[in-house]
Design a protein around this ligand. Sequence first.
Ligand code: MN
Length: 540
Amino acid sequence: MAAKSIKSNPLARAIALAVLLAVGPFLVGRFALHLNAEARAHAELTAMAERYVARVERAVAETVATLRDLDRAGMGGCEAEQRAAQIGRLAVSAFARRLMVIDRDGRMMCVAPEAEPPRKAVMPEAVPGDRRVVLSVLDPEFLGEGLLLVTWNGAANGAGEIGDGRRLGAVIDRDAVQVDPGPDDFRAWRSIEVLLDDDRRWLTWEGATAQRPDQLMTAEARSAVFPILARVVLPREVVYEAYRSLELVLTVGTILLGVALTMLATFVTWRPEKQNEDELARAVVREEFFPWYQPVVNITTGDLEGCEMLARWVKPNGQVVLPGRFMPYAETTEHIYDITRTLMRRSADDLGELYRRNRHLKLSINLFAGHFDDRNIVEDVIAIFGGGPIAFEQLVFEVTERYPLADLDQARKIMAEMRALGCKIALDDTGTGHGGLAYIQKLGIDVIKIDKMFVDLIGQDHQSAKIVDILVELAHSLGMGIVAEGVETDDQIDRLADIGVTAAQGFAFSPALSAPLYIQFAEELLGQSSIEPEAPRRAA
Ligand code: MN
């Protein structure tokens, strides 16, 4: 039902289209916004990781310089004078917090400032190759957590004073490398790790990341000088939250776009109707409407009884439009009156000669309910056919039962005037609509036309088939003529003949024909007929 109303209602279709057109950009916009948010957030996180790496590099480099200077000054041992010099250097170092001498087994020999030297080795493993600078993460049970141990052995390449595999070491604590925490939006959520050799964790600043473990965004930076890796982690949702206000802008923009597109679509869908109206109005003025004629044949004798006039709109480009495509519109816009006048005038020109010579031929003209509202139609008929080659007695006016007549009394008066002229009145589409027996009784009907719907059912075991029997009986008992419409098969012709119907039209005989073809069709049938009084004169 909903789908049907969307299909049939151009405005609903336009709005549906506009919503689609607006939802598309909204989704694309949201997607682009998220992509942009992710790209920018990733760049921010990478920059943070790089700042941590730079800070750690600087801390290590400066601490190595401190150790090297002490070593070269001969202050790399545990003597009182040497330790005093070491404490003096600690006071001016930005990063080193303690200094120590470590023996070849990795055990601390002394610590400055004074502390209880642990008994276990502080170097986690023996250093292969005894390189000059070795980094290590200090076991938390010594001296506290989060300490990076930087050791120096100048003798490793023969330049320094410290011998016997001893090393001078310094610890850097986490506070010394704490750097800016990044954008405000990320501060509470981001977590930072600094790793040594990719697997030993030196520093960790836990944000609230773990509370939203659903989807995380990670960025890393690596030192080119030391085996240091910094990693920053942020929940993805936080990234999008930073863009909520932009999403709001996008949503409002989308709604405005939708409204604009709806107005545009509405305007676009209304224009064709205006064009239809203009085109039909132009066609009326240019008289692009022509009568075509569908033969009505006597099925028992094969004689031509006449025809029903049907409208065709022949456009300037030659396109022929069937009445179903423009008649309902012509009726609501009242162009129908001009069209009917044009058709009647043309039929008088087309068929005058044929009908003057064959007075038994009938011309059946379709009128619509509005024609029976006033006398104009009677005056038109008199003006067009009065004194012309087609006699009033040859005219049949069809009134359809499909649509109700507004004023039955007025309609009866107009039909009475037509009948007084000698015209006949036919009830079209009998059995399909409103009037039924009331029309037959009140309007003074001369002919009933049985709709194709019933003709298709004749002979079948169907309730509706009985209606045809009743209509035929009624027509015969009231002295009315009867014409079957839409007859297509020989079988139907036989059955119609069986129940006493003699006049019929339909594809079994001929479709509607243009004027020249109808005249040709008529003359062929009439030529075969034995009663052709005018034949000699036509030959002359
Ligand atoms: Mn008709």
